[in-house]
Design a protein around this ligand. Sequence first.
Ligand code: ADP
Ligand code: MG
Length: 390
Amino acid sequence: MKVLRMADLGLAGKRVFIRADLNVPQDDDGRITDDTRIRASAPGIRMALDKGAAVMVTSHLGRPKEGQFSAADSLAPVGERLGELLGRRIRLVRDWVDGVEVSPGEVVLLENCRFNVGEKKNDEGLSRKMAALCDVYVNDAFGTAHRAHASTEGVAHHVKTAVAGLLMEKELRYLGEALDRPRRPFVAVLGGAKISGKIDLIETLLPKVDDVLIGGAMACTFFRAMGLETGTSLVEVERLDLAKALIAKAGRKLVLPSGAVLGQKLEPGTPTQTVHRDRIPAGWAMYDIDPLTEQDYAAIIESAGTVLWNGPMGVFETPPFNHGTLAVAHSLARATGRGAVTVVGGGDSAAAVAAAGLSEKMTHVSTGGGASLEFLEGKALPGVAALDDA
Ligand code: ADP
Ligand code: MG
């Protein structure tokens, strides 16, 4: 599936409406705590400006009630940060659905699109009004592409030209190429809390990959399926049959941790013990992979041609159970250095990579958690499907 790209178009004098994903985390005082999504969106906006367009940008932020303005969910702080990155003042337009004044070479930020009635319901009337604002619609919001909302999907059906923005294009290229034309060996590293959220992912990846390395609490459900004792570890009892079936189907492709770092409480600095996976005692839970597993996984990751990582190896929010996740992040960084293509998808995995200061050492870190998961599962993303074909 090839979509038309903003990069393919001449935009001089055109009115361009960019739906970005500027939904950044903020502290209680409204200060932005991670501006990754704004930085990732800036190049696409700059490209539209460089092409001579009159640029309108909007995004959702937080979970506002529709039909009313709320200062807490205003894009004002986002506009300030975006202005710093683009080196210009950016006007914020509060009411924009019925018309926007903007001139070529100018960029305006349109207030939180979820203030509008009908945004999340993908209302046709709202979609048509948005379409009437512009000559060209650009979807650059990969992180929301799995949602069919008015500004991500509906609008695309009512404009003459609907294209993928620069970030959207990059996300589709890296995630798509990893899946369709991986340099081999192709290794997937999967972790996180629940196997239930990742079943479709494991099923789609198994036929494509050479190895799947499992970490996180997911490993414990596999351990139990193998008949091992798992103490108080997070196990999804209702998924045991599925885990058994996956083990049988995957054969040697499925690699499970050989050992675990255990704790009795999830508190920073809590006493731990490190055991072989068949020695997990009652009253203890697996919160991380052990150093031997880190080494085994490092060897496989560092000799891979393509590595796809989704889901932390342990409870990385609570040290010392961040060790395995950090180790895997460093292994991916070394793999990149050796010429492998390394792609990180998943919100928590991306956060762990950023916390380790290794984001720049990956070929691609996806800005879309849920969207990257659905894409990797082989599902069509409504926001992408609605764009024009190349
Ligand atoms: P991503 O956002 O990268 O897709 P997930 O949301 O699937 O990742 O999983 C992340 C969560 O999994 C984290 O909050 C982490 O604490 C949790 N987790 C990882 N390993 C374990 C474990 N052994 N026990 C309990 N929770 C775990
Ligand atoms: Mg998550």
